[in-house]
Design a protein around this ligand. Sequence first.
Ligand code: PLP
Length: 322
Amino acid sequence: MLQLPTYEDVAAAARRLQGHAHRTPVLRSSTADARLKAELFFKCENLQRMGAFKFRGAFNALSKFDAAQRRGGVITFSSGNHAQAIALSARLLGIPAVIVMPLDAPQAKVEATRGYGAEVILYDRYTQDREALTAGLAQDRGMTLIPPYDHPDVIAGQGTAARELLEEAGGLDVLLVPLGGGGLLSGCALAARALAPDCKVYGVEPEAGDDGRQSLRKGEIVHISTPQTLADGAQTQHLGRYTFEVIRRDVEDIVTASDAQLVEAMRFFAERMKLVVEPTGCLAFAAACHAGLPLQGKRVGVILSGGNVDLARYAQLIGAQP
Ligand SMILES: *Cc1c(COP(=O)(O)O)cnc(C)c1O
């Protein structure tokens, strides 16, 4: 039996993050409220340290290392926000970090990760299995592996985003959360179940990769090939063992958003709310606008999960005629 994380773990993570993670703002928009005939509360994790909620889970997990683990260091595989979250958290806590990244990862991401002081090991994604490679390195070097989403301490840390939102906004009827591997969604569901038991929690994944929805329908974890989508933070191929169990117990349903809907939401955030939100971070609001959920008259929490987007790419997407 898996030992699933609980709300107590989320509350303990909140104490560990105090004074280290930003308590990000909860913003309102009368334009969005009028458009959806609802009250929307945007939790701005695009303004979190290193630009995404992933700092929460990474810092929580590394804070729990014992003395031997701290000496040995942390290792992970990621080319996205989790890499930078682990690198920054490790630097803050004085722990050595190794990040395994694909050879063709954007140079900017490799540099950003090195800039936080981590050692980057590159691998060939066409010939090498990154999980086996990372596990082998962890073994050889005596390092602790912290994966991007399927880990109780990571899940508990991510849940602190919804905990803060519920504390600040008061009761919510609905909470919409971007979904990749499910660390953020399962953590937020734990917080919502404890603090607002009647709140319906929905995960939102890219239309091109709806493995989460398929998994809920089927009652088991469905694997898909890497989806082609602008939402690069949600290009996961399957949910995790922990995240799936929490999601199927505590989440109402999983819906999807298309790339065109994500771009429309990015433009809305830039124009109306003066916020830079990366495509994956727009999933929840895109679903609020287009997924046909019954939101009228409701109090709706929307998690903006991150804001890390290459500027040239951002300009191209924002500048395109709708
Ligand atoms: C990682 C990430 C997600 C997905 O989170 P999971 O915990 O994998 O579901 C969503 N948005 C952003 C910005 C991310 O970096």
